[in-house]
Design a binder for this molecule. Sequence first.
Ligand code: ATP
Length: 261
Amino acid sequence: MDKIIDIQNVKWVKSGQEILKDVSWSVNKGEHWAVLGLNGSGKTSLLNIVTGYNYPTMGHVTVLDTTFGKASIPEMRKRIGVVSTALERFDATLNNQLVEDIVLSGKFSSFGIYQEVADGDRANAESIMYDLRLDYLKGKVFRTLSQGEKRRTIIGRALMADPELLILDEPCSGLDILSREDVLSITQNIKKRHSHLIYVTHHIEEITEVITHVLLMKDGEVVTCGKKEDVLTSSNLSDIYKVPVKIHWENKRPWLSISDK
Ligand SMILES: Nc1ncnc2c1ncn2[C@@H]1O[C@H](COP(=O)(O)OP(=O)(O)OP(=O)(O)O)[C@@H](O)[C@H]1O
């Protein structure tokens, strides 16, 4: 399998509105992508195509060797981890659980541990907690954590299922600058697992070193996509943000300012 995602000429029409217009996008083995665009540009709609929750009106989709319409989407979904703020609605279920149990429960795709746990699973959970700097939270219940710690715990839970594709949908939304950096720093650790990362955001400064490629979206269309350095230019970003902006790089991360012109 060389291609992780292969989307060709996808159109998605909902309630008479053409939300995705002729979108083509390929993710190859070994690449980590950011999907960038303003509110309402179609990022979530596109990711819902990838996970099989939106069915394309036209076009071809193959994800993890699963061609839509020909193979089982529920089976494919088991190989994909999704972390989105929508998960926070499960807070009530998570609230009284211990951090280590939440991470471990990712193995069973459940919120809670109902199956017998193998020693190997415990060891894997330990290693994820170490990598995601969650070990100091052992013995704490979810509701007592900061927002950043909660997000890291949920990402740890997603990694426990060993996903081939890990979609982080705006994992830093609502976080202050320190908590945001806390969450961003762990994306580097995802690289050493065999997951391919898709990071959805509208803030370019969240595109860390681990990201190799970027897809820019505007009004349901792909403006451009490819290698990070080629795509993140002042001209492309001025186009998607609809105001003149300037990009500069610091510590291998892109930053944006509004241009005076
Ligand atoms: N199920 C749906 N029915 C009707 N319209 C929808 C549906 N899902 C999305 N849309 C519309 O499609 C457009 C793109 O929405 P989408 O959520 O994909 O954008 P986004 O880039 O993820 O935005 P945000 O950054 O705000 O999450 C919006 O105008 C939205 O209202």
